[in-house]
Design a protein around this ligand. Sequence first.
Ligand code: FE2
Length: 430
Amino acid sequence: MFDLLIQNATLPDGRKGIDIGIRDGAIAAIEPALDAQAGEVIDAKGLLVSPPFVDPHFHMDATLSLGLPRMNVSGTLLEGIGLWGELRPMLTHEALVERAMRYCDLAVSKGLLAIRSHVDVSDPRLVTVEAMLDVREQVAPYIDLQLVAFPQDGYYRGPDAQSALERALDMGVDIVGGIPHFERTMADGARSVEALCRIAADRGLMVDMHCDESDDPMSRHVETLAQQTVHFGLQGRVAGSHLTSMHSMDNYYVSKLIPLMAEADLRVIPNPLINMMLQGRHDTYPKRRGLTRIEQLMQAGLTVGFGQDCVLDPWYSMGSGDLLDVAHMAVHATQMGSGADKTAFFEAVTTNSAKIMGLEGYGLEVGCHADMVLLQAKDTAEAIRLRPARLKVIRRGKVISQTAPAISQLSLEGRSPTVDPSDYAPLHPF
Ligand code: FE2
């Protein structure tokens, strides 16, 4: 007897006609044609059932603040940082919580049930930290929210950042952040990487740094990050976010760098939406794309998870809470459009990011949490192409969000066809 039985699902690995039996909030069975009674039955009708989407890089304290106190005119990262600095003294606990909770509702509707959010610790009041800790507790029943102590204005450059970062960790923030390319000098940046990795090693925490988010090929802090990861024995516990300078680096240097990153088991978090928007801003023509070397990093066996970074904030006036938007952009920006590429990119917004966050009980296997999403798509490639409705979002065996399928009824000359975007396939008439 199951509490919930999902019938006739297609799984991300391509298996079709799979039933998923759920008991006590966990997956009790997952195989074809399960023969058992259930309190509730959902017919997946051959559509894709995926584990939840996971966003390993976000800014929950800044989301939904677009236009406050003014718009980013140049559209650059640096004006965004300046703009956030203008808004920071005006932030209140109530407004931060309200915006974050509203965003989390949107996330759930998109099947996004785990988020790693950087939290700015540049203001020693730490109102951002208090608010995000509050949000983490409130959303815990339905979203795994990890928080990173992020010195937005620089660990050494920001006047109070060193003590504020330690206090944020004392208050319960999970992960050590950093921004070495924003320190005053390359030397300060390297020093910050060492100091922050030391803090993580001493406290037994993970590290996730904004690293080399520029088009400057000489921004090489990722090398220091990998080396310090090995030095402190933090392999597999350190992530480099963005790494966009790698796009512009010399190929010989990269041929030496990537093996070092692999040796450190460095986790890589590109943010295709925001990087396509922010990078190459100092170029005239041709304009570089600025996204890190996703194809080479994946080929080298590094764990790559895609982040969303921003939704309606000083850096990005777009965003929808949908990790499939991120994967969709990645296909175009990397020119990686094969079936295998799409499989890899679906993993980049699900299993890889879950691995980066260290989520326990994640996945579609017996014994895992009964967390999953039924999509209006037949497989993972179609999910990335269509970014379809999340028909059911399930957390611990309970449906927590439902969306009606997008089906259009047309009235044309002598015909009234119904259009279901998930029912389209190439036509081969010959
Ligand atoms: Fe970020």
